[in-house]
Design a protein around this ligand. Sequence first.
Ligand SMILES: [Zn+2]
Length: 268
Amino acid sequence: MTMPANTDPDLILAETEVPPVFEENAGSTSPFILTCDHYGCLIPRALDGLGVSAKELERHIAWDIGIAGLATHLAGDMNAHLIAQRYSRLVIDCNRPFTSASSIPLISEATEIPGNAGLSHDQVDARRRAIFQPYHARIRDVLDHREAAGIVTILLSLHSFTPVYAGIARPWHVGTLYHRDARFPHLLRDALRAEGDLVVGDNEPYAVSETTDYTIPVHGEQRGLLHSGIEIRQDLIADERGQRQWADRLARILGEIESKLLQTIQAG
Ligand SMILES: [Zn+2]
């Protein structure tokens, strides 16, 4: 197929299309900041569905199923600032460095993405400028502002994972993720395990790294913020009821460990 020559970010996203950044509770002084890199599955109209069927664009390859509802409920329960990104990770993955092959993937699981093949430097740059950069610039600005205002920040990066990947079933209900700093992830892991009814992954189903992740390495580690990733299995939050239950449970647990987290920050 032929793709339109989208060299201008203004042509990637028309004025009538929604902006990439979605927020709840901006200005909240809760210590928790919630980010959601894979919140949405929109494809800019100019990209013509990336040559992928509408059915494929609803699958986990396009976004983190269930996480949007979970994120909104959790932000509401905690009155925490949520910063999320509405466009599909198949357009550009907001949790990948530009050097990663899956930044703009040619294939995801077993699905080829024809609209991502043979892009010019300018076309790649246009996607970065239209979607990736505004999202991360907003997170950076908010974190800068909070730091300048002396507001304590604990970063929680929200994700969901498919129960079966490439034919392999995953046993965990939820996992907490990290790279160099396991302080918050291990507190959260232990609190989730104490619930008694959950299989909790420790850096499962994924571990964070600088080559496969962006949000935690850049906004968490490089800034020295207390941070964790969390991955929730998608079948548990596929509907409104599951999203609500998981949001309520996570809000309660995060509230329970908040004072320990604040002590950890004070202890430096
Ligand atoms: Zn994700």
